[in-house]
Design a protein around this ligand. Structure first.
Ligand code: AMP
Ligand code: ZN
Length: 112
């Protein structure tokens, strides 16, 4: 998708510090971190949101890479949270499906 900011990161047209990569996904820090650890993991293939995800195979590399980067940050010792905002009520802003990895401090539940 030409006008998608995350597709541009996948293509290397917008800089991002790559924290990990596998065959179908890349991970990079969120530009506006909300937590001590705040990493985004995205599929290389453009899908606007989980509403378009179909059988879910595109997400397998995303989950695998999320667990890998969380481990590399030491979060397997303390716990972490994976969030995929989907659509208006969840405040999804970037229309390329992305998983937030949050960690580094105790979190509250439920979300607001
Ligand atoms: P969401 O509300 O789930 O759509 O979140 C989109 C996230 O993308 C926000 O946390 C933004 O800070 C983040 N973001 C937007 N542009 C960039 C960028 N160029 N590099 C890294 N993170 C970004
Ligand atoms: Zn995209």
């Amino acid at each position: 998708m030409d006008d998608c900011i995350f597709c541009k990161i996948v293509a290397g047209k917008i800089p991002a510090k790559k924290l990990g990569e596998n065959e179908g996904a890349i991970a990079f820090p969120d530009i506006k971190p909300e937590m001590p650890v705040h990493i985004l993991v995205i599929p290389k293939r453009h899908l606007a949101s989980l509403d378009e995800v179909g059988d879910g195979t595109v997400m397998a590399p995303v989950f695998a890479l999320a667990a890998q980067v969380a481990r590399e940050q030491g979060l397997d010792k303390t716990g972490w949270r994976a969030v995929i905002n989907t659509g208006r009520d969840a405040n999804q802003v970037v229309l390329h499906v992305h998983l937030h990895v949050f960690g580094g401090r105790r979190m509250s539940w439920p979300p607001g």
